[in-house]
Design a protein around this ligand. Structure first.
Ligand SMILES: Nc1ncnc2c1ncn2[C@@H]1O[C@H](COP(=O)(O)OP(=O)(O)O)[C@@H](O)[C@H]1O
Ligand SMILES: [Mg+2]
Length: 366
């Protein structure tokens, strides 16, 4: 049995478990705490920033992969130096860890992006604002998620707190028609496989809903998204699943927002809606096994995130009212605003699929 070690015990590691069971892979997880979402597969509990902890965990594994991108570069490089097979490797993962490095590298690759600049001072930022109609999006290069670390500003003073801590990424405020995500998986030996392009709907900077495939996108946009993801996957040498978050701009262009190098929220719909889920594909890819078919199992799939908590009685009510809905609970304790699970429905008519998915998810409304 090949042993795949996952660093991080969140819901992404949790959802790799059934895929690993099916393929006869022994999955081991280095979790943050004994009650982590992926506790069923946790063989170690410890700090992913601690080199000795991570090296000891990796010694028991054939391949190391990730639930999140926060493992420090120094620890990643120590793993590689110790002979571990790390997928994605540190040279690729860097561009999912640091949004400034990502913008610089994607510029070199010639990938279409919003206008951007590295800003180190209020003066730099004031200049950028003046060149972009007085408004901009400012991001902390590292550590942001779910919209934390992203502010829309019209005055440099609005990020004075962040500027004190180091350089920031300034971006043009893109007037997008919709947000899209293109998922792809790539093996170390080079083969890659795309899923159909999806639309992601964010509320308050957080993904709320995913529609697969993306409605109302042109063939040209789908081709552009596929080309962008393919060139990033090969250009950066990504191994495993790569998610490319995209803006469909009102002028028809497709621009890269950011990258994730692991299974991604926009791909949860593939669990119930694709011949091969992103979790199975990620495991196949990091083991350099043949990739699976990514054909959808139905014309439409809609995935709705659930925040806060999924108490058993509400799960039972949702299942009782919506027998076609698939409910996924992440086994986390209740916490307001935190992703706690998701609901997916697939089927033939988008209106009907979206209605049933929203009806099932509404059982978890507070
Ligand atoms: N340049 C931009 N123009 C317009 N909206 C943006 C821009 N950058 C980010 N956003 C909005 O903020 C959300 C979160 O930004 P993102 O960089 O993806 O941060 P996170 O790492 O928190 O997901 C995006 O999904 C999008 O809705
Ligand atoms: Mg994002």
């Amino acid at each position: 049995m090949p042993v795949v070690g996952v660093i991080g015990g969140g819901q992404l590691a949790r959802m790799m478990i059934p895929a690993a069971v099916g393929l006869g892979i022994e999955l081991r997880v280095l979790a943050e705490a004994p009650d982590s979402s992926a506790r069923l597969a946790a063989t170690a509990v410890g700090d992913y920033r601690d080199e000795a902890t991570v090296l000891a965990f990796a010694r028991e594994c054939d391949v190391i992969t990730f639930d999140h991108e926060h493992v420090p570069q120094a620890v990643l490089r120590a793993l590689v130096a110790a002979g571990a097979a790390v997928h994605p490797g540190p040279d690729a993962l860097l561009y999912a860890q640091d949004k400034l490095m990502m913008r610089e590298r994607l510029s070199q690759l010639g990938v279409p992006q919003p206008d951007w600049a590295r800003v180190e001072s209020a003066d730099d930022l004031t200049g950028f604002l003046a060149d972009h109609g007085g408004r901009a999006v400012v991001k902390t290069p590292r550590g942001g998620y779910d919209g934390k670390g992203v502010r829309v500003i019209d005055d440099a003073a609005q990020v004075a707190d962040w500027l004190a801590d180091g350089p920031l990424l300034a971006e043009e405020l893109v007037a997008f028609e919709r947000e899209l995500a293109q998922l792809i998986a790539r093996r170390p030996s080079g083969a890659a496989q795309l899923w159909p392009l999806v639309e992601t709907v964010q509320r308050g900077g957080v993904c709320a809903e995913v529609i697969a495939p993306a409605p109302q996108t042109t063939d040209a946009q789908q081709r552009a998204a596929a080309e962008i993801a393919t060139s990033i996957a090969h250009g950066l040498g990504v191994t495993g699943v790569l998610a490319v978050e995209l803006f469909a701009a009102s002028d028809g262009r497709v621009l890269v927002n950011e990258l994730a190098m692991r299974p991604h929220n926009s791909g949860h719909v593939t669990i119930d809606g694709s011949v091969t889920s992103q979790f199975e594909q990620h495991l196949r890819a990091v083991l350099d096994w043949p990739l699976g078919d990514t054909t959808p199992l139905a014309p439409w799939g809609v995935m709705i995130n659930v925040f806060g908590s999924l108490p058993d009685e509400k799960i039972a009510a949702a299942l009782g009212h919506q027998p076609t809905a698939k409910v996924h609970a992440y086994g986390k304790g209740p916490r307001a605003g935190r992703k706690a699970g998701h609901v997916t429905v697939i089927g033939a008519e988008l209106d009907d699929v979206a209605y049933r998915a929203r009806a099932a998810a509404s059982h978890f409304d507070d």
